[in-house]
Design a protein around this ligand. Structure first.
Ligand SMILES: *Cc1c(COP(=O)(O)O)cnc(C)c1O
Length: 431
């Protein structure tokens, strides 16, 4: 029986699973199998014809992974989800599911570096053009839209700038044209629900807060079920014209009996089938294990990060603190509209001593790990100018918000006194 709750604390433990039908096991088992025996030939034929949903082969679906998918969809307020082997696979599939060679997508400039490379180079080489626009003016999305625009793409809380994306404003522009907004919500799970603001699709790297323990790479796409793909059929040919790769199925028609899931079923039955970025059942299990405490962890991440932002603001070694709570004007209005006072767990700051101080600060840390990651339960730090952004020119670094003395912190759930003590000693050592 599905649990009837709208509370994330309950859904994180119960959505998508009660107990194992054969053994009664309470924790979702790791179904470590590649394939599934069909009941008879009719059952097999129905599964392949999508007349019945069920397990065929773990590249396309797995019972452990489907618990993860149902739980993510429930937490996000979507209708269905597709779990993938990485966040990179999720962002690639999210676009490729709608846009083909010759089509384009309009994306925010403020993106994770891996996403930027995928869009600016790999997808471009495949003939899919991504047009990057400044998100501070939502109208930039309209200006870049033409007849071949299939989607808009943005991160809700992009780092290092930590300026919240105008989700509702851009989603509303897209809906005028039949263009869905795809939102990467990796940095703000539970803190903002993009689907409630008009986004059609949510993308996650579950590697970060959702898994939460730095053990498993993973990604997911969640279908909001709130987008009318048939309203402008010429805008979305991938879902409205016969698909040669699935015996001529027109996706919006073929899956109608299953609900408003054309987008996510197509992604599973074509892209995942063909490109194969399936998660291992073991990683799905670990990610599910992480989700059980996601609501608790997020609360602590957020309160610790706020305390860190306040602490850094009092320090003479620090010239600027980058955190939504330190913003003003339109940026702050957006932060408050979407995050409602819970400003996430990422904190940036600039050291007066520049590049040298940034390097010294990182080397002096004892509790914080020096890693290229966010969303671990442990506190993490990185100096982008000498690592993630070191291949960019000084000018290009500045455009992304990285100055020589910029340090990014991903605040963990340790006791706040220990976090502040480590920052205090490292600041002293760096100056
Ligand atoms: C890490 C990350 C990704 C990529 O996810 P992987 O799981 O590392 O492939 C995408 N978007 C954002 C915002 C990320 O932080």
């Amino acid at each position: 029986m599905p649990i009837d709750s709208k509370h994330p604390e309950t859904l994180a433990l119960h959505a998508g699973w009660r107990s194992d039908p054969t053994t009664g096991a309470v924790a979702p088992p790791i179904y470590q199998t590649t394939s599934y025996q069909f009941r008879d030939t009719e059952h097999a034929a129905n599964l392949f014809a999508l007349k019945e949903l069920g397990n065929i082969y773990t590249r396309i679906g797995n019972p452990t992974t489907s618990v993860l998918e149902e739980r993510l969809a429930a937490l996000e307020g979507g209708v269905a989800a597709l779990a993938l082997s990485s966040g990179q696979a999720a962002s690639a599939f999210a676009l490729q599911n709608l846009a083909r060679a010759g089509d384009n997508v309009v994306a925010s400039t403020d993106l994770y570096g891996g996403t930027w490379n995928l869009f600016a180079n790999t997808l471009k080489d495949q003939g899919l053009e991504v047009r990057f626009v400044d998100p501070s003016d939502p109208e930039n999305f309209r200006r870049a839209t033409d007849d071949r625009t299939r989607a808009y793409y943005a991160e809700t809380l992009p780092n290092p700038k930590l300026v919240v994306f105008p989700i509702a404003e851009v989603a509303a522009i897209g809906r005028e044209y039949g263009v869905p907004l795809i939102a990467d919500n990796t940095a703000a799970p539970l803190l903002v629900k993009p689907l409630e603001h008009g986004a059609a699709i949510v993308v996650y790297s579950t590697t970060k807060y959702i898994g939460g323990h730095g053990t498993s790479i993973g990604g997911a796409i969640i279908d909001g079920g709130n987008f009318d793909w048939e309203k402008f059929p010429e805008r979305q040919p991938a879902l409205n014209t016969p698909d040669a790769s699935y015996h001529g199925a027109v996706w919006v028609e073929a899956v109608k009996p299953l609900g408003p899931v054309a987008y996510i079923i197509k992604a599973r039955t074509t892209l995942l089938r063909d490109l194969g970025s399936a998660p291992s059942p073991f990683n799905s299990f670990l990610t599910l294990q992480g989700i059980e405490t996601l609501p608790l962890r997020i609360e602590r991440h957020v309160s610790n990060a706020q305390a860190v932002a306040d602490f850094l603001s009092t320090r003479v070694e620090v010239t600027k603190v980058i955190h939504p709570s330190r913003q003003s004007g339109a940026e702050r209005e957006r932060a408050d509209k979407y995050l409602k006072g819970k400003y996430g767990a990422l904190v940036g700051f600039e050291l007066a001593g520049g590049l040298e101080a940034g390097r010294n600060f990182i080397d002096a840390l004892k509790l914080f790990y020096h890693v290229a990651n966010i969303g671990d339960a442990r506190s993490l730090a990185i100096h982008p100018a000498t690592t993630t952004h070191s291949q960019l020119s000084a000018e290009a670094q500045l455009a992304t918000g990285v100055t020589p003395g910029y340090v990014r912190l991903a605040i963990g759930i340790e006791h706040i006194d220990d976090i502040l003590a480590d920052l205090d000693q490292a600041l002293k050592a760096a100056s």
